[in-house]
Design a protein around this ligand. Structure first.
Ligand SMILES: N[C@@H](CCC(=O)N[C@@H](CS)C(=O)NCC(=O)O)C(=O)O
Length: 224
């Protein structure tokens, strides 16, 4: 019997870490998909129709089923295509993967970026504040090849897309290396491991182009 034809569409934005991590999961699982690049300033009627609540990318449409929010999309992908699991089976380890993913997206990423861009108390203090957040991740990755253990998993995709391949580039644009090798040897080892994976490299935005983009984001963002 012929297999049912799957339809997978991903609405995304090239510099979006939230989009890049979903592409990593689809590529790891070998799921063919159609990618629809979005303008996240002048939003398309399709994006507004598919994600009226948040009006953000990524949005995944699988056989007509619509999903938003990258953590949930990753979990859905993992449960739908079961090869190369990305989330831990153990309930506690799974909860911890979600805990750290939330920390990456809500603290280490945006708060770290904000402290350096604003640098209200001076750049040295800002760097220290941001690095205090990275220290948690340095501790988590110590002694492991990936956050997920021996192979790349959910948290690697979340943290990888956000920290080295998005925000660190924003800081690079300001001439700051926020994850120096001497201070964060374990995180640097992990970043090297990530870069050795071909599909991860395929999902990393062009460096110079992203540095320019992040400079514009830093100028544009009005922090609360
Ligand atoms: N919590 C969301 C965040 C998604 C997100 O912030 N997407 C950005 C692009 S990087 C976006 O679409 N921004 C448009 C807007 O904020 O209006 C997720 O995990 O998917």
């Amino acid at each position: 019997m012929a297999e049912k034809e799957e339809s997978v569409k991903l609405l995304g934005f090239w510099a979006s870490p939230f989009t890049r991590r979903v592409e990593m999961a689809l590529k790891l699982k070998g799921v063919p998909y159609e990618y629809l690049e979005q303008d996240i300033v002048n939003k398309s009627p399709l994006l507004l129709q598919l994600n009226p609540v948040y009006q953000k990318v990524p949005v995944l449409v699988h056989n007509g089923k619509i999903l938003a929010e990258s953590h949930l999309i990753l979990e859905y992908i993992d449960q739908t295509w079961k090869n190369h699991p990305i989330l831990p089976q153990d309930p506690y380890e799974k909860a911890m993967a979600f805990f750290w993913a939330k920390f990456v997206d809500e603290q280490a990423g945006p708060v770290g970026f904000k402290s350096v861009v604003k640098a209200e108390k001076g750049i040295e203090v800002a760097i220290e504040e941001a690095q205090e957040l990275f220290a948690f991740l340095e501790k988590e990755i110590t002694g492991k090849n990936f956050f997920g253990g021996e192979t790349i998993g959910f948290l690697d995709m979340v943290a990888g897309s956000m920290i080295p391949f998005c925000l660190a580039r924003g800081w690079e644009g300001m001439g700051i290396d926020l994850i120096p090798e001497e201070k964060f040897p374990e995180l640097n080892r992990w970043i090297k491991n990530l870069k050795e994976i071909e599909f991860v490299r395929e999902c990393i935005p062009h460096r110079e182009k992203q540095i320019e983009h992040m400079k514009n984001v830093a100028k544009r963002i009005k922090w609360a």
